[in-house]
Design a protein around this ligand. Structure first.
Ligand SMILES: CSCCC(=O)C(=O)COP(=O)(O)O
Ligand SMILES: [Zn+2]
Length: 215
């Protein structure tokens, strides 16, 4: 009998990251941000691998078996499961930025409505809010951040190419996809989650302002 080849990644580290993903995703699901099996989540495992949610799983009931490993081309490693349909939108960030360690994608109502409302303008301007200081590198409310809104597509290489073009223009911590949801990222889970929560809150403020001004 021949021994199984060693795993090309640190299994202990994978278990740690899976535990962290599970705890955080359950909390995000409890907020109603992952309806109907939507959303996907990942953590960088090492230079060549990421831990990511298996496609189609109920994110509110995530277990260790719902997390798998992919390489930076988005190919499954050591698993027969299908990784998230949107894996490429995660791995493109890990490939491009050595300091990105976590990518979170959710489908909250606020994110989805904002993506529809601002799709025509191609971005949502967030300006003058104290909470802009939640984004890495911002230390004042006296600034503006344009959150891009991309057209939705099932063609992940095409979506990834559009994200790459936006990233060429300067740093960003997230984007919306029209009628779909939000991507946010950071160096680790805490930072990615802080960015995600700040986007959610500020997009909610913009929607409220438009509602109130319309009355
Ligand atoms: C029913 S949600 C449609 C797909 C999607 O947008 C999503 O975020 C979840 O896809 P996954 O393959 O990661 O489960
Ligand atoms: Zn999605």
């Amino acid at each position: 009998m021949t021994a199984a080849p060693p795993l090309p990644y640190d299994h202990h580290r994978l278990c740690e990251l899976a535990g962290e993903i599970i705890v955080n995703v359950r909390e995000l699901s409890a907020l109603g941000w992952t309806p109907a099996t939507s959303s996907n989540f990942s953590r960088r495992l090492d230079e060549q691998h990421a831990a990511i949610t298996v496609s189609g799983r109920d994110k509110g009931k995530l277990r260790e078996a719902d997390i798998m490993v992919v390489d930076m081309d988005g190919k499954a490693v050591g698993s027969d499961h299908r990784p998230s349909a949107e894996t490429l939108l995660h791995t493109q960030l890990y490939r491009r930025f050595a300091d990105v360690g976590c990518v979170l994608h959710t489908h909250s109502r606020v994110q989805t409505v904002a993506s529809r409302l601002f799709a025509g303008a191609c971005h949502v301007r967030l300006e003058g809010y104290e909470l802009l200081k939640a984004f890495r590198g911002n230390d004042t409310h006296e600034t503006a951040l344009d959150v891009p809104v991309l057209p939705n597509s099932q063609d992940m290489p095409s979506l990834a190419a559009q994200v790459d073009a936006l990233l060429d223009d300067g740093p960003m911590w997230g984007y919306l996809i029209d009628g779909h949801g939000l991507y946010a990222w950071g160096r680790d889970m805490a930072e990615a989650r802080r960015h995600l929560e700040a986007f959610e809150f500020l997009l909610g403020c913009e929607l409220d302002l438009r509602r109130l001004r319309a009355v």
